[in-house]
Ligand binder design. Structure first.
Ligand code: TPW
Length: 556
């Protein structure tokens, strides 16, 4: 077997079902192997950031790795930001970069694409991946791949694999003669510790007056949605998702109340969470965007956080217990059953959406989609950062992927392409004009692969979210680009809409047409934002002012 073949079969064994990439001379040999073997399909895009976001989108959907293959230097360094995003939001993307050949290590000449040292790139990726390897030793390549890929799975975070370009076709030593040890052990939790931890959780929930279960993205990353839905059903306590976890448990029969958004969200949900005397957080990423805008500071002494392979109760921690082990243990127990209290949360879907001549607002987009999407159909939504993300919070029955914590613009469109590959279904994208300017062009690749996402561009000719923070500034105002007109040139169908009747017509026609991407450009007045973003920016302004006052007092 050759090194390139070993890499491909290792990827396939790790569950990789698609590769996204852009070639370059350092990775041409590897591309050749990928194409000729045809074991895993490869999709090429136009710019490496999109390659990273697409692989991330596919990984998030599957809860399994997807791979991004790029060339050394100019290609790989272009992908650092999406990989950092995947690291932060725990998406197990496998980054594979071609690299200088082993015969090139000691050349007198500088190699093109070399930044500082030949290994600068490796060092950079150490910071944004959880395991790395350079496959320069044929005898240990197999075990190295096993080590890195099992770490990827265990931590659900990106890994980095560099392949010296002159070794792709190198014959491996007879593997049978050098059997590789089994992969690194996963968390070896002591079953007594798991049992004690489960007891403590059950006691806390039994004694509580108002327990709440909050679910976050880790339950999707580790493929636990089904078990968590079962647990939620058995506990009978209200369930909310975190901001990042929006879309989890959709379609399950868990008593799902909505999404916790602090002061920006529905006050019923905020009160429920913030007044809970036993908040069980499963796989929730605790970040300022999720929790910095609480109405009332969360009492972490009355909460249990299960994430990153450990369980924390107030101030004590059970290390090395994975979320999966804990949930399995809880499911074996007699649980204190309650009748989930019925809380009525006002829903945007009941907001009036009529097919009239009123001009569109961001809230009309969510209300319109809720009303017009086919009954009983769950949408697959890929969202960018900006008001589109807050607007999406009001869309119901939607599985969603979004950069809710790391918040990189440019995610929405390319991640949707990954989502379509991984799910085989037609995704809907919500994206602002600013973010679309970054990666929207990738839609030009749709016709090559028969992808047909519905892309809703919220065109307010501005970086509106920033403008909401600082309305006095002019640098956040953009020119009005004509995105709908560009759609045709990129091989899709574009419609610009201003009124609710126009939006309704365009959306209904988009969901009934397949085969080409459909771009609906919704014109929104500058400064007009969704009700959720309006509350969010107000809250964050207050938070920032308090921080500035505190900083000023330090200086004084
Ligand atoms: C890669 C900073 C966060 S939100 C935003 C910027 C520039 C404006 C987004 O404008 P858009 O949407 O897409 O038109 P809207 O609703 O606000 O009008 N660079 C990157 N990521 C981030 N987050 C920024 C800058 C930012």
């Amino acid at each position: 077997m050759e090194l390139g073949e070993l890499l491909l079969s290792s990827l396939a064994s790790a569950g990789v079902q698609e590769i996204f990439g852009i070639p370059g001379d350092f990775v041409l040999p590897l591309f050749k192997v990928i194409e000729e073997r045809g074991q895993i399909p490869i999709y090429t895009l136009s710019h490496e950031p999109a390659v990273g976001f697409a692989a991330d989108g596919a990984s998030r959907w599957r809860g399994l790795s997807s791979a991004a293959v790029v060339t050394y230097g100019a290609g790989a360094l272009n992908i650092v930001n999406p990989v950092a995003a995947a690291y932060a939001e725990k998406s197990p993307v496998i980054v594979i970069s071609g690299g200088p050949g082993v015969s090139e290590d000691h050349t007198e000449l500088l190699l093109h694409h070399q930044a500082k040292r030949l290994d600068s790139q490796f060092e950079i990726f150490k910071e944004v991946t959880c395991a790395q390897t350079r496959l320069s030793n044929l005898a240990s390549a197999d075990i190295e791949l096993k080590r890195v890929l099992s770490e990827c799975r265990r931590q659900s975070r990106p890994v980095y694999i560099e392949v010296p370009r002159d070794l792709v076709f190198a014959k491996l030593p007879d593997l049978a003669a050098h059997p590789s040890p089994s992969p690194a052990a996963t968390f070896a939790a002591d079953p007594r510790a798991v049992a004690a931890c489960a007891n403590e959780i059950i006691d806390l929930l039994s004694d509580a007056k108002s327990p709440v279960l909050m679910v976050g993205v880790e339950i999707r990353r580790f493929g636990l949605e089904h078990q968590v839905a079962q647990l939620a059903g058995r506990l009978g306590i209200p369930v909310v998702t975190s901001f990042m976890g929006r879309g989890l448990l959709v379609g399950s029969n868990a008593p799902l109340m909505g999404t916790y958004l602090g002061v920006a969200g529905d006050s019923e949900i905020t009160d429920l969470v913030e007044h809970s005397d036993a908040l069980l957080m499963l796989g929730v990423i605790l970040s300022d965007t999720n929790f910095g805008i609480s109405k009332r500071k969360l009492d972490l002494r009355r909460s249990v956080q299960v994430r990153d392979g450990q369980v924390s109760f107030g101030f004590h921690v059970y290390p090395q217990i994975s979320i999966g082990e804990l949930i399995s243990e809880l499911l074996t127990r007699d649980l204190p059953i309650r009748q989930a209290p019925m809380i009525t949360v006002p829903r945007n879907s009941v907001r009036n959406f009529r097919l009239d001549d009123l001009e569109m607002t961001p809230d009309d987009i969510s209300a319109g989609i809720n009303q017009l999407k086919p009954r009983g159909q769950e949408l697959l939504l890929s969202c960018d950062i900006g008001d589109c993300l807050f607007t999406a919070m009001d869309i119901e029955q939607a599985h969603m992927i979004a950069p809710g914590y790391y918040a990189s613009m440019g995610f929405g469109v390319p991640a949707a392409l990954g989502l379509q590959v991984a799910s085989g279904q037609q995704p809907v994208v919500l994206v602002g004009d600013g973010a679309f300017q970054m990666t929207g062009w990738e839609l030009g690749n749709c016709s090559r692969y028969d992808w047909d996402p519905i892309v809703i561009v919220m065109n307010n000719a501005s970086w509106g979210m920033l403008q909401a923070f600082q309305p006095e500034s002019r640098f956040n105002l953009l020119n009005e680009w004509k995105f709908a007109e560009l759609a045709h040139a990129l091989g899709g169908v574009g419609t610009r809409v201003r009124t609710r009747a126009e939006f309704g017509k365009a959306f209904q026609s988009a969901i009934h047409q397949r085969g080409k991407f459909q771009l609906i450009e919704v014109m929104i007045h500058q400064g007009l934002v969704s009700h959720t973003m309006s509350r969010y920016t107000q809250a964050l302004k207050v938070f920032r002012q308090a921080q500035q006052a505190q900083a000023a007092s330090y200086e004084a």
